[in-house]
Write a protein that binds this ligand. Sequence first.
Ligand code: ADP
Length: 327
Amino acid sequence: MIELEGLTKRYGDKVAVDDLTFRVRPGVVTGFLGPNGAGKSTTMRMMLGLDRPTSGDVRIDGTHYDRLKDPLTYIGALLDAKAVHGGRSAYHHLLCLAQSNGIPRRRVDEVLDTVGLSAVARKKAKGFSLGMGQRLGIAGALLGDPKILMFDEPVNGLDPEGIHWIRHLMKSLAAQGRTVFVSSHLMSEMALTADHLVVIGQGRLLADTSMAEFIAHNSRSYVRIRTPHRERLLDALHQEGVTVVETGGGTLEVDGVDAAPIGELAARHQIVLHELSPQRASLEEAFMGLTAESVEYHAHGQAPAEAPPAPPEGPARPGWGDGWGRN
Ligand code: ADP
């Protein structure tokens, strides 16, 4: 368990992390989401005692990081995969870590095997690809067999095979009952990996919720319909009290009704349908909306939006901002 209490970090006038209070629980993957510059790395560095908070507190299983004896046996972290001495082999990098942290030598071979680097263990790390470097960083995090694991943007720059591998590893670590805390600026990636989400923007907490709740609140579901008998279908739907949104390209969108009753209604009226498909607006869109105000640098010099942008070509999506602590 990781507990943050009013955690704050200022750099001069800049508030990088602003009064964060949340818990990261064992047994699930917790995604730590926010746009670039939101304060994720700074928060993680404070969790590991690498940065001192301006105020507030972080506890790792009830204790401050710098008071943990052999901290690598409590918490393992991948922060910057390039922070490896390039002249050393993967084996020697891990052996040095093990020896300076009271970890038995046999763990080096075990973690090299876990991350799939046994075959290149004696090669110098500077010749490693980005993906191999990430694997070596993860091997370091796993070395002390810790109950808590933290990964900062672990899939950045990886190929699909590497991304798949990391996703699977995180889920299996959580299934073993460990606490897994992983940051990303990509909602789509987190949607596939995390069970729980902590979302921040400009250092502030925006959401602390299960992934299932986040999806239910933030992704609009609707049915898309195409028909050559547009007017007749509109009449039939209106008679049933169903609200229809007419979008471009001859399609209709219906909120709050399943596809089946719409199909049955069309059949009763002998209306031909060319498409009747349930849709879900993407979580990426929901995440962008949630964090739109807090994105530090906008493309093309645009000012930050006042409110989450209206989704393209549709009515206001239900569920925006409900209980997400936006202010
Ligand atoms: P993220 O990991 O979410 O991309 P960071 O934690 O790296 O965000 O950065 C949060 C904010 O704090 C950014 O505005 C960044 O420029 C600023 N920041 C981070 N480290 C420092 C530092 N050492 N000195 C000054 N500002 C910093």
